[in-house]
Design a protein around this ligand. Structure first.
Ligand SMILES: Cc1ncc(C[n+]2csc(CCOP(=O)(O)OP(=O)(O)O)c2C)c(N)n1
Ligand SMILES: [Mg+2]
Length: 681
């Protein structure tokens, strides 16, 4: 059913402003913008689905940016020193596809636009990283694009500090909408960017006063410019349909010593006689009659999916503007003393010797068998990795001393100082995770970031995009259960393991000791096609593994301790509960019950093993799972007859040993369950 907003007609001021703008003699630039508009109209009509409002509204801004300012060469969309363009308001995807098509990018021919929103089309509903090489990041969930772009702008500064301006000197441009600026993540990210003085970041705000429910004043009355100014940004307000003002604002942004927000006052659905300036233009095809009327109002007479020769030519030239600077860059890169290192990191190849210190650490740990919390194990592992893997950069959302994410010799990144490797993200988990995505997308950097496991909820949407985009980012999530003790149920993760395990293409590691932690990090770093979450505990755990030659975590689960004789029970656990299972095994053995312990640090990797390995590991004896978390999903490994010991609800505030007893997550409880199941009780 149409909402009242969708059926409303353009307000008088929009009609007057649009008429005045359309009465101006059409310049080449305006006609070039109209080519974007026409293609957006055609593609949305053909698909009978999509969002014409933003491309029609922002076409003038995009035309000035792409023809005069954006540094790119359509012949090589992966040129490392290209400017980054992020369409944060991903629903306006046809703007991006039209730009890529018009500037002559291979793989975005008219046939692709004609298949907008169809299966396997590079012109998907929202821009998808990987669907076309010029799509810098996946957008659509509002706010993610701008926050990812903050990571890209930060990545540029960090890479420039490492390799110098002759190799790395580019800008990041973002188109963001009302929705982007309303989302909380953009507030976090803008605050971080302002603090760090990311002056090569420019946000072009599509200030059209309209969102889906109608006028933005229905839901917001803040002054975005004042807000951004308070974050430390330079701001400007312009008429988003006036090329001279647009160009002046973009020049201003280039000179600015701060990140810049340019509020471009636009008319959503510009040109549409009956839908311009209304939410009716936002997210549905205009309809044949309105599409024709819009083209007529714009003075566009070309057939659908065609562009007049002079405009095609002018756009093609814009697509080649970057050829000369790119060739000059290639020459510089060839001669650059750090060329090999630059190429290695960009290709995502780890250094040859990256595991040397880790191997030594594992050997030493297997020998000395310390009692450590896995967050401390993680710190030891990072101490071994950080010196040998220069592209590894770390940070935390204000929990450095708890997450133990900073290791010695890691200088910090600070405003204007980007040579360091450690980031204080502040209490901004969501922006941290999105910025990590942007850092990974910059190429040549592998970010890890820490927070408490329970607060993975605060960053989940960005982690989901990392999984969707196949990005190598590593989340260090400590204080993973009731094992954190006194801080209580607000801080104790319960459902988070199940929830993260449900996410496609994310590896969730919950290691049981230092050896498994080292193995998990090794796997997370080796992985080049997706994110990893390391779920780590606060309380001390014994070292359980003595063998270090094979990375046993790589198989997801393995028999840590086989039963002394034919298995009567298989105890399956992860993380801090593996030690509990080992204790239960011992008690059972004393009672003549032969139980094996299976350590299950990574469900996803275990699920990838062949059926024979899985069957052999899990065995045919009754299975018992123990994990200080919700049991959701455990039947996958336990089968219908299995027994699960874990959390049935939220935790509580108390010393952790007491909590384990209170919630019955103990060796005694496990022993009892086995006895009962085997009817020996
Ligand atoms: C996180 C998130 N919430 C909701 C949506 C659904 N949605 C898509 S666009 C939009 C708002 C549209 O307003 P605006 O951002 O101003 O875009 P415009 O209509 O001006 O193009 C919403 C709520 C979304 N894409 N992402
Ligand atoms: Mg809007």
């Amino acid at each position: 059913m149409a909402s009242p907003a969708e059926t409303s007609s353009p307000p008088d001021d929009v009609i007057a402003r649009q008429a005045a703008l359309l009465a101006r003699p059409p310049t080449l630039e305006r006609r070039m913008a109209n080519a974007i508009r026409a293609l957006a109209i055609d593609a949305v009509e053909r698909a009978n689905s999509g969002h014409p409002g933003l491309p029609l509204g922002m076409a003038d801004v995009a035309t000035v940016l792409w023809t005069r300012f954006l540094k790119f060469d359509a012949a090589d969309p992966r040129w490392p020193d290209r400017d980054r363009f992020v369409l944060s308001a991903g629903h306006g995807s046809m703007l991006l596809y039209a730009l890529l098509h018009l500037t002559g990018h291979a793989g975005m021919g008219m046939d692709v636009l004609e298949r907008f929103r169809q299966l396997h089309s590079a012109a998907a509903g929202h821009p998808e990283y990987g669907a076309h090489p010029a799509i810098e990041t996946t957008t659509g969930p509002l706010g993610q694009g701008i926050a990812t772009a903050v990571g890209m702008a930060l990545g540029e500064r960090m890479l420039a500090a490492r390799f110098g301006r002759s190799l790395v000197d580019h800008r990041t441009w973002v188109i963001a909408s009302d929705g982007d600026l309303m989302e909380g993540i953009s507030h976090e990210a803008a605050s971080l960017a302002g603090h760090l003085r990311l002056d090569k970041l420019t946000v072009l705000y599509d200030d059209n006063h309209i969102s889906i429910d109608g006028a933005t004043r229905l839901a917001t009355s803040d002054d975005a410019l004042k807000r951004f100014a308070a974050y430390g940004w330079a701001t400007k307000r312009i008429d988003g349909h006036d090329p001279a003002q647009i160009a002046a604002a973009l020049s201003f942004a280039m000179r600015s010593k701060k990140p810049t927000l340019i509020a471009c006052r636009t008319i959503i659905g510009f040109g549409s006689p009956h839908k311009a300036g209304t939410s009716g233009a936002h997210g549905a095809a205009l309809g044949a009659a309105e599409a024709a009327a819009t083209k007529a109002a714009l003075g566009w007479t070309a057939a659908p999916f065609t562009v007049p020769e002079d405009l095609a030519q002018a756009w093609q030239e814009a697509g080649g503007r970057g050829a000369t600077p790119r060739r000059a860059w290639l020459k510089r890169a060839t001669r650059h003393p750090q060329r090999a290192e630059f190429e290695r990191t960009l290709a995502g190849r780890l250094p040859d010797n990256w595991l040397e210190k880790l191997a030594a650490l594992k050997a030493e740990i297997a020998e000395s068998k310390p009692k450590l919390a896995t967050r401390q194990s993680s710190q030891k592992v990072l101490e071994a990795l950080v010196p040998l893997v220069p592209e590894l950069i770390g940070g935390s959302a204000d929990l450095t001393g708890s997450n133990l994410t900073r290791v010695k010799d890691m200088a910090e990144v600070a405003p204007g100082q980007f040579a360091g490797r450690y980031l204080h993200f502040g209490i901004r988990e969501h922006a941290m995770a999105a910025a990590m995505n942007g850092l990974a997308l910059s190429g040549g950097l592998i970010p890890y970031g820490g927070t408490f496991f329970v607060f993975s909820d605060y960053l989940r949407p960005a982690l989901r995009l990392a999984a969707l985009m196949h990005l190598r980012v590593i989340h260090v999530l400590t204080h993973d259960s009731i094992g954190l003790g006194e801080d209580g149920p607000t801080h104790q993760a319960v459902e988070h393991l199940a929830s993260l395990r449900a996410m496609p293409n994310l590896l969730v590691f919950r290691p049981a000791d230092t050896i498994e932690t080292a193995e998990s990090f090794e796997l997370a770093l080796r992985r080049s096609d997706g994110p990893s979450a390391l779920v780590l505990c606060r309380q001390s755990l014994p070292t359980l593994r003595a063998d270090v030659t094979e990375n046993r975590t790589a198989r997801g689960a393995y028999v840590l301790a086989e039963a002394a004789s034919a298995r009567q029970a298989t105890l399956i656990a992860s993380g801090s509960e593996v030690a509990i299972a080992m204790a239960a095994r011992e008690t059972l053995a004393a009672q003549g019950i032969a139980a094996a312990v299976v350590s299950l640090p990574c469900w996803e990797l275990f699920a990838q093993q062949d059926a024979a390995y899985q069957a052999e590991t899990l065995g045919t004896a009754p299975r018992f799972g123990i994990e200080a978390a919700a049991g959701f999903g455990w039947e996958r490994w336990l089968g219908p007859d299995g027994v699960f010991i874990g959390m049935a609800g939220f935790g509580a505030s108390a010393p952790y040993e007491e909590l384990y007893r209170h919630f019955g997550i103990t060796a005694e409880a496990l022993v009892h369950a086995v006895q009962k199941r085997l009817a020996l009780h």
